[in-house]
Every structure is written in C-alpha cells, then in structure tokens.
Design a protein around this ligand. Sequence first.
Ligand code: EPU
Length: 424
Amino acid sequence: MDKLRMVGGTPLKGEVVIAGAKNAALPILCACLLTDQPVVLRNVPDLQDVRTMLKLLQEIGVTIHFPDASDRSHLILNAAVIKSSEATYEMVKTMRASILVLGPLLARMHSAKVSLPGGCAIGARPVDQHIKGLKAMGASIKITSGYIQAETKPPNDRLKGASIVTDMITVTGTENLLMAATLASGTTILENAAREPEVGDLAELLVKMGAKISGIGSDRLVIEGVEKLHGAEHTVIPDRIEAGTFLCAVAAAGGEVLVKYCRPDTLDAVIAKLKEAGLQMEVGPDWINASMQTRPKAVSFRTSEYPAFPTDMQAQLMAVNAVAGGSSTITETIFENRFMHVQELNRLGADIAIEGNTAIAQGVEKLSGAIVMATDLRASASLVIAGLAAQGETQVDRIYHLDRGYDRMEHKLTLLGAKIERIK
Ligand code: EPU
C-alpha cells in the first residue's frame, strides 16, 4: 500500500492547475448511458474513482476511447450497445457513486439491477430517496439479495413524470432522478433539489444532449421528458474541493500560490472563511492568488448544503484551525461520522475534542510530524495539509483514499516546493 512521506515547514510557492471536478465527472460519465450516440468529454480528472466508474461502464457495454493517448482528461464514451444493466456488489462496494447508473439504466433500458451500497466510513448514507423518487416515476423496485432490482411498469414502458420532494437534500439522489426524468414521459418536478455546482454541470450536459430542463442551479428542477437523447460534447467544471484544498494548504503551511483554472464563484463560502482566517486572496475569473505570511486565525464554521460551507472541505479547514491562533468550533451537519481525522490530527499534536457533531479545536503553535492513517478521502487531504505545516517528518498511510479523489496531489505539491514523496 502506498504512503506519503513529507517534511513540513516549507512555505508553498508557485502555481497549481486545478483538474476537473470528481463529483461532476462521475454523474456525467453515467449520463452517457442515456444515449446510443457518442459523448465527448474534456477535463475529466485522472483519479481512481473515475477509473472505477469507467470500468463499471465498460462492464455495462460502454466503449471508451482516449483520442489523445497522452491526455487522459479527454475521452469519448459510446453506449450504443448495453450488454448488461447491472452494477455488482464488487463495484458498488468499491465506490458508492456507482449508484448513479441506476437512474440512466432504468430510463433507457427499462430495468436495472444495482447493488445496495453498504455502510460507509463517514456515515450511513442510505439511498432511500433515490428509490422513493424512481418509484414515484412508476418504477417497480424490489430489494432482493442485497440488490436494488428496478423495472418500469408495465415492463418496457417509459418512466413517468412525477412531482418529487426529497426528504432531505441529496446530491447523487438529485442527479439520479434528474437523469431518469430526461427520458420519462411527461414532466417531472424535483423539489428540494441539490444546488451543488456539480448537479448544474450534469444538467448542462443533459441539455446539450437534448434534455429539456429548467431551473438549473435552483432547488426546483423541472424536466420535460423526451423520447431520445443524442450525443454531445462537454467540458467538466473545475474541482472546487481540490481548489479549496490547495487554499487550505497555503493557509496552514504559508507561502504564495496561484491556483489556476478554478471557479472562484463556486467557492464563496470557502473563500469567506479563509479570508477570516487571514489568507490574503486576489480573485480573478478563473484563478485565485493566495498568500499567507502569518499564522492563521481560528475560524468557526458549520457545514451545510451548497452554497453554504461544504462538508467536503470540513477536514481540510480543520487542519488549518489545528495550527491557528485561537479556538474554533466546527459543526458537521451532513454526515454523522465525518470526524475520523480528529484522532489522527491529534497524533500530530493538535488539540481537538469532539462533542456530538461539533469539534472544538484549540490551535497549537506547532504540530510535530508522526505516522498517521488516512481514513477517507477528505480526511487524507487534511492529514497532508497538517503534515505540510508540521515540524519534522509525517507519514500518511493508506493514501489509496487520497488517490480516489485527487489528481496527482503529491506531484502538484512538489511543484509548489513541498518536500513530499510517495513510498510504494
Ligand atoms: N441521504 C439519505 N437518503 C438518501 C440520500 C442521502 O438519508 O437517499 C442522506 C445522507 O446519508 C447524508 C445526506 O443525506 O446524510 C446528504 O447525502 P448526499 O446524498 O447529498 O451525499 P452523496 O450524494 O452520497 C455527494 C458527494 C460527496 C459529498 C456529498 C455531500 C458525489 C459522488 N459524492 O455524496 O462527496 O460529501 O454529496 O455534499 O457527488 C467526497 O467527494 O469526498 C464526497 C464524499
């Protein structure tokens, strides 16, 4: 298992190029199942979750072509032939986002069999809202032997438009129902829809494919179903979480970094908190120049759905708070168990206590390097940030979690002057 070894204390300096958004690319790859024509994608990040999704799509029958062998971000998917409408337990247990094939497969093939995701390190993460919405659209759904078996009623009929209000805001739930609704007969109204920019990016692609969607970017999506979708070309939006992660790295380790090819307009809540922490930022249309010459100030925050502060940035900003001047409270409202990085940060000398869904961090002057273990994707990123700010050597074990969601993070950090290496 690969590890990352780093020696902290070097301020970061230089430029970093942000990749396409993982959480936009994953549903967008699944959207190719909605048409028998080619879908051309650009700015797809080269990371493990994308490779896993491509493998699943290949099992389903999708052909994948990289027109330029040296550019893994540009690909053409063709789902002309669907061999199998199934996502096995093996695939879904590796990556929960595999659930995103359910809506498109059911809409196009009128039946789908997708393993029910099991428990997850950061929370229970049920998919009841996905199922409830598809049922409202006329699907008959049974859970048998750990699988969601869905088919349209009567068999081989189209899904039917419906008015759906989800019990809570769910990102992949909204995406699954949105994709399913594009090929349904009649109009679907999705209320309480997730407003995350990744949902909007998926919707933009669907419109290019011929879908009729209004309300993009709002919590009420209206989809007028069409009989067929066609091929399209699309460039995936930049990853706001990767950009935010690098901004937190600068805030914690100091230095000056130009974050290029990002979408600052999708980072309002993160930028506001980092400003409060003392990070100096000049913001352009697709770049942020961030500079930190002092110790950060502690900032309290709570996670919530977009446009509020993202849960996917909670661990990284906590790492900044670990070395900040003052104390802060961090409340996690999306996932019930997303504090596993706390014990590991404390191994590096942080002073963070947990009370229910709130972490209370007392900033320390200096962290000191240690061996720590990554427990999930964003927890891994927070440990890397803490390691870059710590004195001495830090080793982060189990970085396969990091590889799932970041496109060559240690390579990008090396370009910024960080002393970091991968140990095979
Ligand atoms: N929920 C339910 N029932 C459902 C769906 C969700 O109870 O049917 C609950 C969840 O348990 C959770 C809350 O609703 O407490 C929100 O979950 P959501 O469905 O929005 O999460 P997700 O769609 O599974 C996506 C991202 C996550 C990100 C969350 C929240 C993708 C592929 N994943 O997950 O990304 O944390 O939204 O913004 O888009 C990550 O990238 O590190 C990551 C975990």
